[in-house]
Structures are given as C-alpha cells and as structure tokens.
Design a binder for this molecule. Structure first.
Ligand code: HEM
Length: 205
C-alpha cells in the first residue's frame, strides 16, 4: 500500500506556479516603480520602459490566473467549520510548546484567510492597476488614490506571501512536496489535515 496520498493535480500545480512566477515578476518589475531606492532592479529587464511593459503583461497574467486559482478551490477556502474555530481559538497551536491536534480539512483557517486575502488583493491591485495604466481616462483624484492603494495592497501581499512561503517550506516540512510532486506523505496528511485525510482514504489513522 502506498505511503502517499494525492493533494494536487498537475493542472492545479501548474496554475499555482504560474501565479507564483507572475507574482515575483510583478514584485521585481514593480519595486523600481515603487521607490527610487530600487531603480537598480530595472537593469534586470533592460531598463525602465521594458520593466513597465513586463509589469503590465505579468499583471494581466497574475490577475486572471490568481482569480482562476481562487475559484478553483473556493469551496475549500470559503467557510469555517467547528474544527476551524477550535484552531482559531488556540491560534493554530503556534503559540504553545505542546503539540495540538486539530480536526482540519483540506486547508486550515490560516490558509483559508490567506487564499481569500490574495483573491481580494488581486481584484484591488487589478482595478487600481487599470486606473494607473490609463490615467487619461479617469479623474486625477481616482488615479492618485489608486497609486496609494496599489502600493498598500502590494505591501500587504508581500507580507502575507513571505509568511506563506515560510510555512509552506521550512515551517512545515513535507508541505512543499504537495506543490512539487502532487502527493504528500500519509503521515503529513494525518498530522496537518486529518479530516481531509479521512475524506480521501476512508482511513482514520
Ligand atoms: C516560492 C513561493 C511559493 C511556494 C514555495 C509556495 C508553496 C505552496 C505550497 C506547498 C502550497 C500547498 C500547501 C498545502 O498543501 O497545504 C501552496 C498553496 C497555496 N499557495 Fe503557494 N507558494 C508560493 C508562492 C505563492 C504565491 C506568490 C501565491 C499567491 C500570490 C500563492 C498562493 C497559494 C494559495 C492561495 C495556496 C492555497 C492555500 C494555502 O495553502 O495557503 N503561493 N503554496
């Protein structure tokens, strides 16, 4: 009997890495637009004009792929059950030295909040990005507010993504296998997502 259980199909993994690549391209091309301090990053893209063009293209790719990813797993991230509320009351067990066992489905509440935040940020960044892209078509105050809001959402997204990458890699060993190979160890699934494990295999332990 296999020690692994499938967590993500190939298409889901490709979608996640398209979102990730476009996100980091947006970050690198956007930093120079955010502050003069980061103008050096334009060099990576052959100058400011190229960086702006690549920012726009990757912005469109990120917008559609990120929203598609959200609607793909909307069912799993858009509601909390009893096990989730226990997780929230105990801060996911992160603030105690003793092991906590929570009855968690495919995603824990932290992951759900992250997924919903990224979807909301995608819409906010996309809409404000359009106002900034075509300033001649909109009143000046809308473009000015968009610049502010675009920067704030960008800072918020970076903070969430840094935490996400940490928890998905060294924070929780074994998690990255889900996005690299599609399968996770049964041991990992029983520990982090016991309710999902039971749904997938019919086994309790
Ligand atoms: C190098 C960067 C990244 C790594 C290593 C990474 C890794 C992962 C892994 C391993 C999972 C599966 C977690 C599980 O099975 O429980 C995951 C899920 C997910 N990732 Fe990423 N990711 C990265 C970047 C991003 C970025 C940039 C975004 C969006 C802007 C993103 C959005 C998501 C979402 C929404 C999920 C599903 C919910 C969740 O697990 O939190 N990821 N990621």
């Amino acid at each position: 009997m296999s020690d692994y259980v499938e967590r993500f199909r190939t298409s889901e993994r490709i979608l996640h890495w398209v979102v990730t690549c476009s996100f980091f391209t947006l970050l690198l091309t956007g930093l120079g637009l955010f502050s003069k301090l980061f103008h050096g990053y334009f060099g990576l893209f052959g100058g400011g004009q190229n960086a702006i063009m690549i920012h726009k293209i990757s912005g469109v790719i990120f917008f559609f792929s990120s929203l598609y990813m959200f609607f793909n797993h909307k069912k799993d991230v858009s509601s909390f059950d009893d096990g989730d509320w226990v997780w929230i009351r105990k801060y996911g067990g992160y603030l105690t030295r003793y092991g906590n066992h929570f009855d968690i489905g495919k995603y824990n509440p932290g992951q759900k909040m992250f997924a919903v935040f990224i979807a909301a940020a995608t819409v906010a960044l996309g809409v404000t990005g359009l106002f900034i892209w075509f300033p001649a078509f909109f009143p000046r105050w809308i473009v000015q507010l968009s610049l502010l809001f675009h920067s704030l959402m960008f800072i918020g997204s970076i903070m969430f993504v840094v935490v996400h990458v940490y928890l998905a890699t060294i924070g929780n060993p074994g998690t990255i296998e889900a996005m690299l190979y599609g399968d996770v160890r049964k041991l990992w699934a029983r520990k982090h997502h016991p309710k999902w494990y039971k749904e997938m295999t019919g086994e309790n332990r």
